[in-house]
Design a protein around this ligand. Structure first.
Ligand SMILES: [Zn+2]
Length: 585
């Protein structure tokens, strides 16, 4: 008889060794390594798994590197070919020269990108409680760890791929972008966000252009800070090394900003600032309390993206401090170091989950930073209806405001989205099929378009109907359904006034056809009742969103020429150009 364990006892997770941040972040002489827990699967050479296919082809030298090979073990366990033994402090204890060996082994580079991309994807799937698709077609995304000799890394929807470049640094050594945790997580996030909110790549306001960058940075940095190895190492950098205790005087807000945030920014390979920008450094150095959002220098998308990073990283510090306050000292002025570290990593993990879950509560088109703030606050209210022990909502509200991001209009007093409380017709749609069927949700919208305030003269399309499953505060599984619809209204310039009552911005030529976008996210509760309607409405004149969008598009010359017939790919793709512009800043 077959052993039932063989059928049911397959491991769900495995660990793989990666470089914790990048090769310049060290403990003493050694590069800081860590183990990531990623979904277990039988890997083909590459590694090639069910979501990520690493193909190590270098287009600059026309070289195809040998794939990394992962053999199954007899006992059903999966081996980490680059495993290292861990020291007592939780830091890596490596044989001499082991880290150099890893840096020089292209098969380790392949493992590094595979593991970080899979962990990032797993973090999204955990936060949203469902499988998550890439922005590009197909189930698997291709990743090239040594794609070209250039200081750039980018995701390309049309190539269905993420490319990592390499280049000679100032010291003469080769810098591999694929060995930087934050760079890999950032690019993977672009690919996932593109799958969740396809319209966020459409030309729009500075907020939308900046959001992809800022959000990818937030996910990347919180992923790194959710690793206890990294937080521990940063706290130790300037300490005199008591492995068990840490002085409470070193755990003030200023001290943590310097040791942890700025500490990591200092340690990160400076050559890579062309590739990754300076968002982490800016999050410490940017003075709070200014109206950045209206300043001309913050209309540029990279600078603007840094504002939401600064807000999130400062919220991270505030919440971590709240938790440190509750730990208590074990000896005079001293705290248990491992608890401080665990709490820091835990806060980063919580904020990461919130940051991701918030996407479900964002409008499908034309996102504004204030929408994202409302979404974050709503996510937290859903999980912790009263403020709870730690005031995450206050930390988020205060810090977003400190960097000029105001509460969205039409939200509750606490900044969360208002619960939908108008009378809707449910009797013509079926509950079961509302959970998954786009046609059924369309019918629901059609029946209720007056109450939902959806224009009758626009094209309406339901883009997705997805489950969102999470564990509620009482330990029970909570199931919501999230649907996204878009509205498109195509008008001639002159019709803006007659149809929408908008005076056309003066830079738009008279004879242009203009597509006006709108849409909404519908969140249904477990009984199929509409809980939130998060709209970006075409007729949303109160917020003047459409006017602002049209002005922004006119300013960048969007209406000057007809759009290109073929989508750009490779080095001309959206993120290739965007990331090159970041280096040029
Ligand atoms: Zn980016």
């Amino acid at each position: 008889m077959p052993n039932p364990r063989e059928k049911h006892g397959l491991p769900n997770a495995r660990t793989l060794t990666v470089i914790a941040q990048d090769p310049s972040v060290r403990i003493g002489k050694n590069i800081l390594l860590t183990e990531l827990t990623v979904p277990a699967e039988q890997l083909l050479p590459g590694p090639c798994g069910y979501r990520v296919h690493v193909i190590d082809y270098d287009s600059s030298t026309n070289t195809l590197y040998e794939p990394a090979v992962y053999e199954a073990q007899q006992d059903g366990k999966y081996k980490d070919p680059f495993a290292f033994s861990r020291g007592t402090k939780g830091s890596s204890k490596q044989p001499n020269g082991y880290d150099r060996k890893l840096v020089n082994d292209p098969r380790f580079h392949a493992q590094n990108v595979y593991a970080i991309a899979m962990r990032t994807l797993a973090q999204f799937e955990f936060a949203l409680g469902r499988r998550v698709r890439w922005g590009s077609d197909g189930h698997q995304i291709h990743i090239s760890p040594h794609a070209f000799a250039d200081a750039n890394a980018f995701y390309s929807r049309d190539d269905r791929a993420i490319f990592f470049g390499y280049f000679k640094g100032a010291s003469g050594a080769t810098i591999y972008t694929c060995l930087s945790h934050d760079v890999v997580a950032h690019e993977t996030t672009h690919a996932i966000l593109d799958g969740l909110r396809r319209r966020y790549l459409e030309p729009s306001t500075p907020d939308q252009a900046a959001f992809h960058e800022g959000f990818a940075d937030i996910v990347a940095l919180l992923s790194v800070f959710s690793l206890p190895d990294v937080v521990g190492a940063l706290l130790d950098l300037k300490a005199n090394g008591n492995p068990k205790l840490i002085a409470k005087s070193r755990l003030t807000r200023d001290a943590l900003a310097k040791s942890v945030l700025l500490g990591l920014a200092d340690e990160m390979g400076s050559e890579l600032s062309d590739v990754r920008g300076e968002a982490l450094r800016r999050s410490v150095e940017l003075e709070p309390g200014k109206n950045y959002m209206d300043m001309p220098e913050y209309q540029e998308e990279h600078a603007r993206g840094e504002l939401i990073v600064a807000a999130m990283m400062n919220a991270f510090l505030d919440i971590w401090l709240q938790r440190i306050e509750r730990i208590g000292t074990v000896a005079r002025g001293m705290m248990d170091r491992s608890i401080v570290v665990e709490e820091g990593a835990r806060v980063a993990g919580h904020l990461l989950t919130m940051a991701i879950r918030a996407i479900d509560y964002c409008p499908p088109t034309d996102i504004w930073f204030s929408d994202y703030l409302a979404a974050l606050l709503t996510v937290d209210r859903e999980v912790v209806p009263d403020q709870g022990k730690y005031n995450y909502r206050k930390a988020l509200l205060d810090n977003f405001e400190a960097f000029g991001i105001k509460q969205a209009r039409g939200t509750d007093v606490d900044g969360t989205w208002k619960l939908f409380d108008e009378e809707l017709t449910y009797s013509r749609s079926h509950f079961e099929s509302m959970l998954r069927d786009r046609e059924e949700v369309f019918r629901f919208i059609w029946e209720n378009r007056d109450v939902l305030k959806i224009r009758k003269d626009s094209y309406i399309e339901v883009q997705s109907v997805l489950p969102s499953i999470r564990v509620g505060p009482d330990g029970f599984v909570l199931r919501e359904t999230v649907a996204e619809y878009i509205q498109i209204l195509t008008l001639w310039t002159g019709e803006l006034k007659t149809v929408l009552g908008i005076d056309p911005p003066k830079d738009i030529p008279k004879d242009r056809r203009i597509r006006i976008f709108g849409g909404g996210a519908l969140v249904f509760d477990e009984y199929g009742q509409l809980k939130y309607h998060i709209p970006d409405r075409i007729e949303d004149l109160e917020r003047s969103r459409q006017i602002k969008r049209l002005e922004c598009l006119a300013a960048i010359g969007f209406f000057d020429e007809p759009a290109a017939a073929r989508p750009p790919s490779g080095s001309q793709s959206h993120f290739a150009i965007l990331h090159r512009a970041r280096a040029a800043r």
